[in-house]
Design a protein around this ligand. Sequence first.
Ligand code: ADP
Length: 274
Amino acid sequence: MVTVQNLNFRYDRKAVLDQLSLNLNKGSIYGLLGRNGAGKTTLLKLLSGELFPQSGTVSVLDHSPSRRDPCFLSDIFYIPEEFTLPSMNIDRYLGLHAPFYPKFQNGQFQKFLKEFELQEEKTSLAKLSYGQKKKFLLAFGLASGTSLLLLDEPTNGLDIPSKTQFRRTVASALREDQIILISTHQVRDMENLIDPLIILDRGELRMNASLEEFSRKYVIEFQPKGSSGSALYREAVPGGEVIVRPRAEDEEETAIDLEILFNFITRKEEEISE
Ligand code: ADP
């Protein structure tokens, strides 16, 4: 459904994406992880047709996003990290915007509004708090029924109960013919939600794999202070270290800590050679 081949993108003299190739398949909630400035937002804009590739190809739902065909635009929904909402109430917004999305489901929209505690909200959208605005747009985007939903840092500005609700709502909303791609640097917010993971680092793809593929190869475990043994990666934690090491064939697969996985995959070259 999404195919990116040898994609290069730069802003003026700054190279951001370097020969990026990537495939995404339907039925999954992909996590797009990377440090600040890794190129995540740039990639989302290229997938949604807001930026055009300088070389390489991008195909999304059998369309070239840069053509911005109406039937492509009505089958994707992109929630950027920063956005403004107009001064109108929910009903008016719905009346104006839902017709652009032929698969929009009003029943689902009302359900999501309720889950995000926005169903009683009658004031202008522009007067809602940042977190409420974000939840409103999430409810609208999830209800739009589009084949591709792109979310850039969706949990920024959400309080703790809202983050929990966000995970529940997104997990329950995914359809088999849909891709949800969530860009974030806050991996802890996405635990038990995103799988597979795409990791971008300095414009390059470092990982595009499911957690199962990762845990078939590696073990992440705690070792108390003083234990010895080799590891591919170590991180000090109270009382000892968390390490990453290759998994033996007959060994049980372990739970994956996303932050450790991310640090392991993006560790610096000097750490790898060590
Ligand atoms: P991320 O979303 O991973 O934080 P971005 O895709 O927003 O990263 O940005 C990647 C790099 O491109 C950053 O170094 C950023 O400063 C730069 N950048 C982003 N937008 C612009 C722009 N409009 N003009 C110039 N440089 C930009």
